[in-house]
Design a binder for this molecule. Structure first.
Ligand code: NDP
Length: 454
């Protein structure tokens, strides 16, 4: 370490990217500190991926109970208790917070509690104390962004939904992206009358549209009320505490809660960015080069705050590359092509590679192999849920350029196939792979006929 500084690396923000970078850098021999003002693990652990997935599991039970009858199970009366779920979820999150603390401390990282602000290229201030570091890494992440309009003070975001004291009987969810669609499924599954309000006419507009539209129809079949091309103009709190939402189509909906899932903004305010002259984009994300270096050479940034895909595995992969480049042999790089992702709506969407629309826009001639079917389980359960599997193949090279699935466990299926798509495998190589029978996933290696070409 350079004697001049308190630390080799000072990380601001203990989310997925920050914690990974801090502990891997410390394990590589650097003297590291990490500042955090709220909770260890950031959005993913506390108000994102982990509690969300636990809520998704919870919400599935309502249909599992119904499905069970088709297999001979005679179940008694059942009720859902929201406070039990909340307490158990909170306990698990606290356990994970503890694991993150142990991981950091065992790696030799100093945890500094409080808000950190940049004061110069090599210094930070936390609670009036100045700390110096040879390198600073900004991993402050992002936070829900809710538009301002009359009554917007009454709405909740994904941060509050994880701690609601009571489950409403009816909820309005605004947005057409990941969070809105996932929470529509969660709330509907938990027995809440769910209204999804979206300003556009197609949910998940950046996803493969036949896939997204199929998923939207499945959600509607399960009971989610989707209001397309609609916006809320104002919200009034009624005397009984309920919220009356006036819509721009002249109608109104009264609900117990209104949740906005209208994107996230990076947490770059009150960080000392202007003071040190760090370059940001219009949407406040921090500009970096491929080494995650900002406009100030000693300050680096990664994760949601730099405007790359807002996904935990992207932030942790960036952290591994950063540490390798700064404290390792410098051979690791990151590619943002073919990032697999899942939306944990019901049924799930899993996807890797390009959408039909993106391929069309690029002028790539594509053969689309598609299969839609009833999952074996539902031949007895009586459920009318259906599965969609789509494979987009380059007409010329026969490389598989996109795989999209709607169905139970779609994220698990696509995670496996993502390796093949990343490796650039061709349709023939998929066909040469023997299926596992009976699974849904085997359909991806038995797609014989071209459904259509674009
Ligand atoms: P998204 O960017 O996915 O979606 C935002 C939605 O809100 C869009 O449909 C957008 O409409 C709509 N919207 C934006 N502004 C307004 C407005 N003023 N009024 C009405 N609607 C508006 O953001 P999310 O908040 O859903 O999620 C943030 C990010 O978190 C995701 O992009 C994803 O990267 C990550 N995430 C990942 C998950 C996973 O991996 N499973 C789960 C949850 C989040 P339009 O389409 O018209 O622009």
């Amino acid at each position: 370490m350079t004697e001049e500084y308190d630390y080799d690396l000072f990380v601001i923000g203990a989310g997925s990217g920050g914690v990974r970078a801090a502990r891997m850098a410390a394990s590589a021999g650097a003297k590291v500190a990490i500042a955090e003002e709220k909770y260890l693990g950031g959005t993913c652990v506390n108000v994102g991926c982990v509690p969300k997935k636990l809520f998704v599991y919870a919400s599935h039970w309502s249909e599992e109970f119904v499905d069970a009858a088709g297999f001979g199970w005679e179940l008694g009366e059942h009720r859902f208790n929201w406070s039990t779920l909340l307490q158990r979820k909170n306990k698990e999150i606290e356990r994970l917070n503890g694991i993150y603390q142990n991981l950091l401390e065992n790696a030799g990282v100093t945890i500094v509690w409080g808000r950190a602000r940049l004061t110069s290229a090599n210094s930070i201030e936390v609670d009036g104390k100045t700390i110096t570091a040879q390198k600073i890494l900004v991993t402050v992440g992002a936070t829900p962004s809710v538009p301002e309009f009359p009554g917007s003070e009454h709405v909740i975001s994904s941060d509050q939904v994880f701690y609601l004291p009571e489950l409403p009987k009816k909820i309005v969810i605004v947005g057409g992206g990941y969070i809105a669609v996932e929470f529509a499924g969660i709330m509907n599954g938990l027995g809440v009358e769910t209204h999804l309000i979206y300003r556009g006419d197609k949910l998940l507009k950046n996803f493969d549209q036949p896939t997204a539209q199929f998923a939207a129809k499945e959600m509607q079949k399960k009971g989610v009320n989707i209001h397309y091309s609609t916006n809320i103009t104002k919200i009034d709190r009624q005397s009984d505490g309920s919220l009356s939402c006036s819509l721009d189509n002249g109608q109104s909906i009264v609900a117990g809660q209104v949740m906005y899932a209208t994107g996230r903004r990076s947490l770059t305010n009150d960080l000392g960015i202007e003071k040190v002259g760090l370059m940001t984009r219009n949407n406040a994300t921090i500009e970096t080069n491929e080494q995650f270096q900002t406009s100030i050479p000693s300050i680096y940034a990664l994760g949601d705050v730099i405007g790359t895909p807002e996904l935990t595995p992207v932030a942790t992969a960036q952290a591994m590359v950063f540490v390798n480049q700064q404290y390792g042999d410098g051979t690791r790089t990151i590619s943002y092509d073919n990032i697999p992702t899942a939306i944990f709506c019901q049924p799930n969407i899993g996807t890797v590679g390009l959408s039909e629309e993106a391929l069309k826009a690029k002028g790539v001639a594509v053969d689309v192999y598609q299969s839609e079917f009833k999952h074996l389980k539902h031949t007895l359960s009586g459920s009318d849920e259906r599965v969609l599997m789509r494979m987009l193949v380059d007409k010329g090279t026969q490389k598989v350029l996109g795989m999209h699935m709607v169905g139970p466990g779609a994220g698990e299926v696509i995670q496996g196939f993502a390796v093949a798509v990343k490796a650039g495998l061709t349709k023939d190589q998929f066909d040469a792979t023997i299926g596992i029978h009976p699974t849904m996933a085997e359909e991806f290696v038995t797609l014989r006929d071209i459904s259509y070409s674009v």
